[in-house]
Design a protein around this ligand. Structure first.
Ligand code: T1G
Length: 680
């Protein structure tokens, strides 16, 4: 964990705890012992601390949180470094994040490579820097700069660090250790950050709060960060550290941080495919084909173009092709207008796009993604054609949102090369991609699908084959419950408000307006068997027609709709349903708890590899609030017994298709969590 080497009169201490030099107990003990030993070793005149491997340190070992901290704690180790009677120089490369940067702050001097990133990202885990960072950073770089770094959690490049006074000297990677050792010989003793003062007038904090409302938001950690930094301006170091520790402990034990730490590990766990050999060869993807230049095909294409991968996009008519490529350019130019892309980058991406009406042009592609109308016959016809022209070994993927990959694969003679790549609209924005493994999908095809998902900046999650895979399958009971409650007397605003107040970006009815009330509609305005039929018959297809469950203005902002309400009331009357008051408890049960139940079915059927994958699907596909972990994590927090009891209480309202998940019932009865530790 810790290696030391004496270079003349300079002791080099190297942290070796791959892959990120997390500051677990072994590293902390080693650091403490090495620093203590150097104090009494007459041969040592100065000390250098650096990280082995690819970075200085990724911070405290998050896996230790929530368990009793083993001594020495990180604050004590950092204090011991700063208290050293012999000068300590941090030699930083790659990254120094969280506790890693706090170790560097305990050092008296800091040398970094130009590529280094230095940051305190604790706030993104619902925490604050808990090893002196909130006390030392403002003393070193000033309160305003420290507030920005700590509350945003965003790292700064080394050059910026040098400007701020966080970095004393820059050194090339291959010279870093030598430069640090030489530098250590030139200093005339320790320079303790803790001896400095952090001063700020009261208006600094008011101004920061005023100018950073969005960054600060409504969660606990950002506010605690500000409170800790404020303590640095009011208290001596040791008392400020006590305040920091108290705030840190409170955050660490809170549900928000537990949820955010869960998502951190869950996202990494989702990258792992159970049963797939680590070394399975990936198929090279140098050229991608996309069939369909509609909203999805265009968005999907942008992901690859932005990653520098050429795309051949195929349509049936020149008009559709021009419309699709025009929309791609328009989206890129809109991003450029916001300053997030240069026009040169736009032209570069567009230069990689090859629009064509010639289906056979796909024969050059290593990965072909079908993104056409959600109809099985259409998709099977396309895959049969693909089977005849695609090169051997090409991955054949469907972007279907619901349909069976196995049935689509059966239209080819190469089912082993077929998989689902289910992107979420807008496909160039949403990070989730469900990688759907068919019964015959080859292991290397699945591995390649996961890799290409990451290569284009997505968060890929494996799903088995079922109607709607993981995410959309859970949408069904939620939407059905929502619409049923409208017929029974609730209003759309009342139902959606529960989801929005929970933290979702929108409720189920706003969501179906966005997706299209007419999805799956039989198109017969005289056949009215549901509220959706009634709305569709009235041309209320959702945002696309300016009206659905809500009315929409020219900027697509929703407003309660008397017209929609009249249609619903009329439908209710014809169904002979007497309207009744519907409680929030019932809405939570019939829109959120039913999703948990469906997720438990999905887990039990093996459609999802693990519970935390379902959480990641909802975090990255539907905007589930990260500080509530995900449906499975949240269910454990709510209490499975409470959920099962509520589902039982409203059983007669849940419709004939509802079945309580045996897994959910069993876990509730046995007091076991649905959500195993994401790292398990
Ligand atoms: N603790 C424990 N495990 C960690 C870890 C950490 N800090 N960081 C990464 N891992 C694991 C990760 O789960 C994965 O495991 C493997 O290392 C590779 O990670 C007191 C309270 C550093 C930018 O928030 O942002 O310090 O899946 O895939 O893409 O004030 O890891 O292989 O089993 O992400 O090269 C603050 C968190 C902690 C930084 C590298 N630090 N880490 O990215 O690798 S709290 C952070 C990262 C703290 C103190 C406070 C990234 C990385 P597995 P990876 P990467």
């Amino acid at each position: 964990m810790i290696d030391t080497q004496l270079h003349g009169d300079v002791l080099e201490i190297v942290m070796n705890n791959p892959p990120v030099n997390a500051l677990g107990i072994g590293v902390r003990q080693g650091l403490a012992q090495a620093i203590a030993g150097a104090q009494t070793n007459p041969a040592v005149k100065a000390i250098v601390i650096r990280g082995g491997g690819k970075l200085f340190s990724g911070g405290a070992d998050i896996t230790e949180f929530g368990k009793p901290f083993a001594e020495p704690g990180l604050p004590q180790v950092v204090d011991a470094i700063e208290a050293s009677a012999k000068p300590v120089v941090a030699a930083i490369h790659g990254m120094a994040l969280g506790g890693g940067l706090e170790v560097a702050l305990g050092c008296h001097y800091r040398i970094a490579t130009p590529e280094t990133k230095l940051g305190l990202p604790e706030v993104s885990l619902g925490l604050l820097p808990g090893a002196g960072g909130t006390q030392r950073l403002p003393r070193l770089i000033g309160v305003e700069a420290a507030l920005e770094m700590i509350v945003s959690g965003s790292p700064v490049p080394a050059a910026k660090g040098a400007e701020l006074g966080l970095v004393d000297k820059l050194a090339a990677q291959d010279q870093l250790a030598a430069e640090a050792i030489a530098f250590a010989r030139t200093v005339d003793g320790p320079r303790r950050t803790g001896d400095l003062d952090a001063s700020a007038t009261a208006d600094v904090f008011e101004r920061f709060a005023e100018n950073n409302k969005r960054k600060i938001g409504a969660l606990d950690a950002p506010k605690a960060c500000i409170e800790a930094v404020k303590a640095a301006t009011e208290l001596p170091l040791d008392q400020g550290q006590l305040k920091e520790r108290a705030l840190f402990t409170q955050l660490m034990n809170g549900d928000q941080s537990k949820a955010l730490r869960h998502v951190f590990f869950a996202e990494r766990a989702a990258a792992k495919v159970d049963g797939l050999p680590k070394d399975v060869a990936r198929r090279p993807i140098a050229k991608v084909g996309v069939i369909g230049a509609g909203t999805m095909g265009g968005g999907i294409s942008m992901n690859f173009l932005s990653a520098g991968i050429p795309v051949t996009i195929v349509e049936m008519t020149q008009e559709a092709l021009d419309k699709g490529t025009g929309l791609i350019r328009k989206n890129y130019e809109a991003t450029a207008a916001k300053g997030r892309l240069t026009m040169a980058q736009v032209e570069k991406a567009m230069g990689l796009l090859s629009p064509t009406l010639d289906f056979d042009a796909l024969k050059e592609c290593d990965l072909i993604i079908e993104a056409v109308y959600e109809n099985m016959d259409v998709k099977k016809e396309i895959f049969t054609r693909l089977d005849g022209i695609a090169k051997p070994g090409a991955l054949l993927a469907s972007n279907t949102s619901y349909l069976s990959i196995d049935e689509i694969a059966s239209a080819t003679g190469r089912p082993q090369d077929v998989l689902g790549l289910h992107f979420f609209s807008p496909a160039n924005v949403m990070k989730l991609v469900e990688v759907v493994r068919g019964a015959k999908t080859a292991p290397d095809v699945l591995a390649t699908g996961m890799d290409i998902g990451r290569r284009i900046g997505k968060v890929p999650v494996v799903s088995g084959v079922c109607y709607g895979f993981i995410g959309n399958r859970m949408l069904a009971p939620r939407l059905n419950g929502a619409i049923a409650m409208l017929v029974e007397g609730a209003t759309a605003e009342q139902v959606d408000r529960v989801s929005v107040e929970f933290g979702m970006p929108m409720g189920p009815l706003q969501m179906i307006d966005l997706a299209g009330v007419d999805i799956g509609w039989h198109r017969d305005p005289n056949r009215i068997e549901s509220v959706r039929d009634a709305l569709n018959a009235a041309g209320r297809w959702g945002q696309k027609t300016g009206a659905g469950f809500y009315d929409y203005d020219e900027r697509r902002r929703p407003a309660p709709s008397p017209a929609a309400q009249a249609i619903i009331d009329d439908f209710r009357a014809r169904e002979g349903v007497a309207p009744r008051a519907i409680s929030e408890d019932e809405i939570v049960t019939r829109t959120l708890y039913v999703m948990v139940n469906e997720a438990a079915h999905i887990l039990e059927e093996g459609i999802a590899q693990r519970a935390s994958d379902i959480d990641i699907v909802w975090n990255y596909g539907y905007g589930w609030p990260r500080h509530k972990g995900g449906p499975m994590f949240w269910a454990d927090l709510v209490g499975l017994n409470k959920i099962v009891d509520a589902l039982d209480r409203y059983r007669d309202r849940l419709g004939p298709e509802f079945t309580l998940s045996p897994l959910l019932a069993r876990c509730a009865k046995e007091g076991r969590p649905l959500e195993r530790d994401a790292r398990a």
